[in-house]
Write a protein that binds this ligand. Structure first.
Ligand SMILES: Nc1ncnc2c1ncn2[C@@H]1O[C@H](COP(=O)(O)OP(=O)(O)O)[C@@H](O)[C@H]1O
Ligand SMILES: [Mg+2]
Length: 379
């Protein structure tokens, strides 16, 4: 089972939009998918999925002692897709206890499905971090704004700190270091992870080694949503560099999604954008992300060989392609004069997409050839 938790530093970046539509895209591809709304207290995934859930959800399961977890798993009208609603029986993620969280996680992990998508609440509450850490390849959403990217960075810093502190027991020598951090009142934002790790390495090699092992297989994926123009896509390079330098991990770029007004209409009509306008740039961007996830299956065990830098180059190319697609879309609309000729527009656009995809493949092949040639020269 592939677990795909979807997180973000702050709310409103499109986690639920992605979780819902990614679930549909993977289910359409014939994969068995369970999509769970874990944004307790602010559950709205059912709206983005266009589902009217019955009363039982995660909150109900947690609150009612004799309830069965299986009872809150709904078969949706979409083949292959099951849904676990959040409901509002429990006010928020902060209100679930450690043991409730553990029970919930073990129930989720025991599900039999190809993909488990977890739509998480925003922020860095320990419960959110623990849901995110059910996978070493979780998805972190960000927007191109500086604050949103800082939030993404801090989210990962918190996640790594959570990994580290969960390895430290009260009696382990490294515990003193954590204690002294607390006593000094070191602000988490200012905490310099490489320095802390150096101290831990000297004090407690065992903890350090276990941490490094976990950190080395921890390679979250990022998605940048709500792009306005091509230039926005480049803003993520700094985030990647900071994460590499200060947090010591690699991230994969899973793709970009432009801001698209069509989503507002889809949401008002309670229809997932993939169903409302499958050929729209925004929908195609989500299908592309689903394709990458399906194709990258083998990579999970071959992280060492994975080309993280290339995932950023590809995303940048995709940002260029989608931007020109969007411009053409507007042009098409202007020439046709009315939206009712949407079918025609869709045909023209899908042809365009094919051309652009061919261009992209061509570019990729060139990059790969250049790399192979370079590697060849070294030998
Ligand atoms: N690419 C996009 N284009 C247009 N609207 C979007 C896009 N992504 C998200 N939205 C809208 O932004 C709002 C917040 O998205 P949502 O998925 O609920 O965020 P989150 O779950 O991170 O809080 C929703 O109204 C959603 O429809
Ligand atoms: Mg949400």
């Amino acid at each position: 089972m592939h677990i795909l938790p979807v997180a973000s530093g702050k709310g409103g970046v499109g986690k639920s939009l992605l979780a819902a539509n990614l679930a549909i895209a993977l289910a359409e591809a014939g994969k068995d998918v369970v999509c769970a709304d874990l944004d307790l207290g602010a559950s709205n995934l059912h709206i983005l999925l266009g589902i009217q859930p019955s009363g039982k959800g995660v909150g109900f399961y947690l609150k009612e002692k004799n309830s069965k977890f299986e009872d809150c798993i709904l078969q949706t009208e979409y083949p292959h897709l099951r849904f676990i609603p959040g409901d509002s029986e429990i006010p928020g993620i902060a209100n679930i206890t450690q043991s409730q969280k553990k029970a919930l996680i073990s129930k989720l992990l025991s599900l039999k499905t190809d993909y488990l998508i977890l739509d998480l609440g925003a922020g860095t509450h320990l419960n959110v971090l623990d849901f995110f850490l059910t996978s070493s390849r979780g998805i972190l959403m960000t927007m191109p704004t500086l604050t949103s990217m800082l939030n993404a960075y801090l989210f990962l810093k918190n996640a790594l700190f959570r990994i580290l502190s969960s390895l430290i027991t009260k009696s382990s020598p490294a515990n003193r270091i954590l204690d002294s951090l607390e006593k000094d009142g070191t602000k988490f934002q200012k905490l310099y992870l490489p320095k802390l790790l150096k101290q831990i390495k000297e004090a407690d090699k065992k903890v350090y080694d276990s941490y490094m092992e976990k950190a080395n297989s921890f390679a979250p994926r990022v998605i940048m949503n709500m792009l306005e123009n091509e230039k926005d896509s480049r803003r993520i390079d700094k985030l990647r560099m900071s994460i590499k330098e200060y947090l010591g991990i690699e991230i994969e770029h899973l793709g970009i999604i432009y801001r698209d007004e069509l989503q507002d209409i889809a949401l008002n009509s309670r229809i997932p954008i993939l169903l409302y306008k499958p050929n729209a740039v925004i929908s195609q961007a989500i299908y592309r992300i689903a394709d990458k996830l399906v194709q990258h299956v083998e990579d999970e065990t071959q992280l060492l060989d994975f080309n993280f830098a290339e995932s950023f180059q590809i995303a940048e190319l995709e940002a260029q392609i989608d931007f020109s697609e969007k411009l053409h879309y507007i042009e098409d609309l202007m020439h046709s004069g009315s939206l009712s000729e949407g079918d025609l527009i869709d045909i023209i656009r899908s042809q365009h997409r094919e051309i652009n995809n061919l261009k992209k493949e061509n570019q990729l092949l060139k990059t790969k050839l250049a790399r192979a040639a370079r590697a060849g020269f070294k030998v």
